[in-house]
Design a protein around this ligand. Structure first.
Ligand code: BTN
Length: 248
């Protein structure tokens, strides 16, 4: 799958570099990696802390032959691949997936995924899968307000990790899952995602674009939507939302 790796010292965002390459017909499997991002971005317009040499900031160009609405399955697939890779390289840390695609250790975020897709006639033209992994950041790399909710593999393990090992492990896992997905569809990814998830079976509040939903997530449906059991026992599929525990 990986065709070319483009290494940069400092960029605004690897998403922008990868997008420009994709617009210039870069093939699927072009991977952009930067030591530092000056305007790393996260979901919901948030900033992504990306100090030099301390983490993995990378974006992968994909060209799946899929209808637009399948992009969310790719997000879930990326989270599964990354979670598996990190569980191997950073064993014995207990790493789980918070829906849809944050990786957490003990409730604190260590990695995030940002999928940006471009479509033509309702079909995906290309997808840029952006992956941020807080590998060797230390407490003073974070703004104070993030410390209660963010951590790094180094802070959790008590020793630094080799970033190349993590990138290699991720590529292996991603390649394998992407092949399974293309040949067999979403079924296996769905099962593995559910097994790695820390978001299921707990009463939850979801801020969706159309309002607040309160219920208990019980799994994914075949499209990749989160199935939430409401108080009346009915199941509601949720496609996009901000999730927080009910006690918040
Ligand atoms: C999130 O959790 O909100 C998603 C964070 C995604 C961060 C990565 S770092 C590499 C790529 N470039 C960016 O600007 N963002 C993604």
């Amino acid at each position: 799958l990986i065709k070319a790796i483009k290494l940069h010292e400092s960029v605004d965002s690897t998403q922008n570099i990868a997008q420009r390459l994709a617009e210039d017909d870069a093939p699927q499997g072009t991977l952009v990696i930067a030591e530092q991002q000056t305007s790393g971005r996260g979901r919901m317009g948030r900033k992504w802390v990306s100090p030099s040499g301390k983490g993995i900031w990378m974006s992968l160009v994909l060209r799946p032959r899929l209808p637009l609405q399948f992009a969310s399955q790719l997000t879930l697939l990326t989270a599964v691949a990354l979670c598996r890779a990190l569980k191997t390289v950073a064993a014995p840390l207990d790493i789980g997936i918070k829906w849809p695609n944050d990786l957490l250790i003990g409730g604190k975020k260590i990695s995030g995924i940002l999928l940006e897709s471009t479509a033509e006639d309702e079909r995906l033209k290309y997808v840029i899968a952006g992956i941020g992994i807080s590998v060797n950041l230390e407490a003073d790399d974070y703004p104070e307000e993030l410390l209660p909710i963010a951590t790094s593999l180094r802070m959790e393990l008590g020793r630094p990790l080799d970033r190349a090992d993590i990138i290699a492990a991720f590529i292996i896992e991603f390649e394998q899952l992407y092949n399974v997905y293309q040949n067999e569809g979403f079924g296996l990814i769905r099962t593995v995602w559910e097994a790695l998830s820390v978001s299921l079976f707990k009463p939850t509040q979801l801020k969706t674009p159309t309002g607040i939903v309160v219920g208990t997530p019980i799994g994914l449906d075949e499209s990749g939507a989160l199935l939430v059991k409401l108080e009346d026992g009915s199941l509601l599929p949720i496609f996009s939302a901000e999730m927080s525990p009910l006690s918040d």
